[in-house]
Design a protein around this ligand. Structure first.
Ligand SMILES: NC(=O)c1ccc[n+]([C@@H]2O[C@H](COP(=O)([O-])OP(=O)(O)OC[C@H]3O[C@@H](n4cnc5c(N)ncnc54)[C@H](OP(=O)(O)O)[C@@H]3O)[C@@H](O)[C@H]2O)c1
Length: 341
């Protein structure tokens, strides 16, 4: 029997639960392709899963991984055999952090020639999430303003690309060490949210008016503050609870705190304040491949035109998965971290 190396989250805990293990080769089923993985994305959800704080996590032991790039090695029944040998990027419903992964053919996209495999693996989760938030649900228009929380993360950098392309004024919160890089990427106003309260800073920068769109993956009390920072016809997009990230009991305590601090939105207040609120979870879009394909078509056009610029901060070999987790948890990353077999 052939085996593949996979990154396995063997249980809930610290980085020591992350192991590389040999498993039997996956086989493509009908409608699937088998991808020889060249790079797999690491996402914040993987950290939360390891910490036992991610409700969508598969039961452990599990192989995480929402996205890969690589080369199609085989196809299942009903899939055109001419796909074999193609370089692709794909959304994977877990299992991507593996040398080989079987994926539904309609979750696969051509890898743009101008991108490396590592850059291509940085596209699906970050850019589709940012696209859903800014373009589809946030309806951001030229001349409007957007506050991108966690602007130095993978989704944050993708949101800056999209915000600039749309012609919006961009504000972003990030650790201060990332501000210079973010300015070089085109962020108009960087705000330190670690050392001080970001809300008065934003109010100062906007002459007390607030902004048109806020995308907020921090959660808890931040969602309340973000809602308060909207101007009329402003929209708040909520898509994560990264403030809860911590190991052991501290994580459980933080998630309960975040739940208790969440805002409760009233329809009449929304109406009278002319505000909109929405949520986005890309991991709950598997049944909408047509929508995802449309979003991706625009994103890939952006790659060709040069305004979609996936940025890979670090590529860690599978064996260094613990280091890679620690790198994200220590907030050291700017943009994407990928894993290479
Ligand atoms: N709903 C969805 O579909 C969806 C999809 C993708 C991502 N997300 C969510 O979006 C958020 C960002 O994801 P990402 O992939 O862009 O992030 P990422 O690239 O993994 O970046 C991690 C960054 O998050 C910031 N951060 C904020 N709170 C943190 C904490 N408690 N511990 C460690 N780092 C913290 C740090 O940067 P700074 O300190 O510089 O801010 C850190 O460098 C996460 O909450 C993730 O779960 C949601």
């Amino acid at each position: 029997m052939q085996t593949v190396r996979q990154i396995v989250t063997t249980g809930t805990g610290g980085i020591e639960v992350m192991k590389v293990q040999e498993k039997p080769d996956p086989q493509p089923r009908a409608g699937e392709v088998l991808i020889r993985v060249r790079a797999a994305g690491l996402n914040f959800a993987d950290i939360l899963s390891r910490q036992g704080l991610y409700p969508d996590s598969p039961p452990k032991p599990c192989v995480m991984g929402y996205e890969v790039s690589g080369v199609i090695e085989a196809v299942g029944q009903d899939v055109n055999s001419s796909f074999v040998g193609k370089s692709v990027a794909a959304m994977t419903r877990f299992g991507g952090q593996s040398e080989l992964v079987a994926v539904k053919a309609n979750h696969v996209f051509d890898k743009p020639d101008k991108l490396t495999f590592e850059q291509a693996a940085a596209i699906p989760v970050n850019y589709l999430t940012a696209y859903g938030l800014l373009v589809v649900m946030g309806s951001l228009h030229a001349g409007e303003s957007v506050l991108i929380h966690n602007a130095g993360g993978g989704v944050g950098l993708a949101a800056i690309d999209l915000g600039k392309k749309i012609g919006a004024v961009t504000y972003g919160t990030a650790s201060p060490s990332k501000h210079k890089f973010l300015a070089e990427r085109g962020l108009d106003h960087a705000i330190d949210y670690r050392g001080r309260d970001w809300l008065p800073e934003l109010q100062k920068l906007t002459n007390g008016r607030g902004v048109d769109l806020i995308i907020d993956p921090l959660g808890g009390a931040h969602w309340k503050k973000s809602y308060a920072a909207l101007r009329h016809t402003g929209r708040l997009g909520m898509f994560g609870v990264s403030t809860a990230s911590a190991n052991g009991l501290a994580g459980k305590f933080k998630i309960i705190k975040a739940l208790l601090q969440m805002p409760r939105f009233q329809p009449l207040t929304l109406m009278n304040k002319n505000r909109g609120v929405f949520g986005l979870n890309l991991g709950h879009m598997w049944h909408e491949p047509e929508k995802i394909a449309l979003w991706m078509r625009d994103i890939l056009r952006g790659v060709e035109e040069g305004w979609v610029r996936p940025y890979v901060d670090q590529a860690f070999p599978f064996e260094e998965i613990g280091k890679a987790h620690r790198y994200l948890e220590d907030r050291k990353n700017i943009g994407k971290v990928v894993l290479v077999p």
